[in-house]
Design a protein around this ligand. Structure first.
Ligand code: SAM
Ligand code: SF4
Length: 335
């Protein structure tokens, strides 16, 4: 096997980049951002050409999987051109997978173009199938538009995974509905534990916190859950529901330690590289990128950042208050 080109100090190869292409969004999910969010001035954002250059540099250094996120990635003007550009790395075999996480609002417009660019899987976030609850939790989102987007994605041939944030008192009663709806449509389903991101008011997040152990116990009242031995290098664990054959994921960054196998880094739309979800330490890649047209300084900055990747994070709701709370918003680095 070829030696990995990006190895962190704990001998973990970095093969996965999650890139936020915008901090803007057409929704205002209550657990993600404030309604009157102030967004970055456009001039601070990397241009689409710069995003392409950085991704290409990472791919040259051994990144095999690229996930585009945001904010809402599909609201960034011209983003389809970026996806088409990244398609060349799939064609050359340098990249294994190009994928995105989206709220689904624009998929009815873009699903087939995404497929044409080489995207084969999308994660679509959806916490409820109830139209009123959907409008409440997303503030500006409308369920029928997202459902139309999901159907467009399936029709285009994209494999869809639904990501639902588990929220106490909000979608506890929908676990079985979401599960069977996904089964009917042939979609995978992953539940996400709400995370202490940003400065959204600590108390609310603790009130909404619904441990996935409880959610999984609830599923077990109706289904036989078999643990799947699948490691993604991330905070997800998977079970199979024996009765339906369905695969269900649980993303539990707060209660499970997944750091030993971490293979990923995150980059904001301004070129800040975060090497750990739970640490605010970041490395600026925009300055070395803009310093010269050749990639020597950029490559050096990437290596230097990876050499500082922390061993792990320290979120913990069980202590008084929230320890290990980071100050950045989820839409900044994309989760
Ligand atoms: N706008 C896109 C979307 O909603 O899918 C991509 C960006 S969004 C920040 C990525 C994921 O983060 C979504 O699945 C969203 O539900 C999740 N998320 C946002 N805030 C969160 C929080 N505080 N805790 C857990 N997940 C969160
Ligand atoms: Fe927008 Fe996604 Fe955040 Fe919701 S979770 S506000 S859709 S970025």
């Amino acid at each position: 096997m070829e030696t990995p080109k990006l190895l962190d100090p704990f001998a973990r190869p970095v093969t996965y980049l999650r890139l936020s292409v915008t901090d803007r969004c057409d929704f205002r999910c209550t657990y993600c951002m404030a309604e009157n969010m102030t967004f970055l001035p456009k001039k601070d954002l990397l241009t689409l050409e710069e995003l392409d250059r950085i991704c290409t540099a990472f791919i040259g250094l051994g990144v095999r999987k690229l996930r585009i996120t945001g904010g809402e990635p599909l609201v960034r003007k011209g983003i389809m051109g970026f996806f088409e550009g990244m398609g060349r790395h799939l064609d050359s075999g340098a990249l294994d997978e190009l994928t995105l996480t989206t709220n689904g609002s624009q998929l009815h417009r873009f699903a087939s173009d995404l497929y044409a660019a080489g995207v084969r899987r999308v994660n679509i976030s959806l916490d409820t199938l109830n139209e009123d609850k959907f409008a409440d939790i997303t503030r500006w989102g409308r369920l029928p538009q997202v459902l139309k987007g999901i159907d467009a994605a399936l029709d285009a041939g994209l494999k869809v995974k639904i990501n639902a944030v588990a929220l106490k008192g909000f979608n506890e009663d929908e676990v079985f509905d979401l599960t069977s709806w996904c089964a009917d449509k042939g979609m995978d389903l992953t539940f996400i534990e709400v995370m202490p991101m940003g400065d959204m008011g600590t108390e609310n997040r603790i009130d909404q916190y619904w441990p996935l152990t409880e959610l999984s116990d609830k599923l077990a009242t109706r289904f036989t859950l078999s643990e799947l031995d699948e490691s993604t290098g991330g905070p997800a664990r998977y079970v199979r529901l024996e009765e339906t054959g369905q695969k269900i994921g649980f993303i539990t960054p707060l209660t499970h330690n997944f750091c030993e196998s971490c293979n990923r880094v995150r980059m904001s739309c301004t070129g800040q590289l975060y090497t750990c979800l739970g640490h605010d330490g970041m490395s600026d890649l925009r300055a070395p990128l803009r310093a010269s047209d050749d990639d020597a300084a950029l490559t050096e900055a990437i290596h230097a950042a990876i050499a500082r990747k922390p061993k792990g994070h320290d979120f913990d709701y069980s202590r008084q208050g929230i320890q290990g709370q980071t100050i950045r918003h989820m839409n900044h680095t994309g989760g």
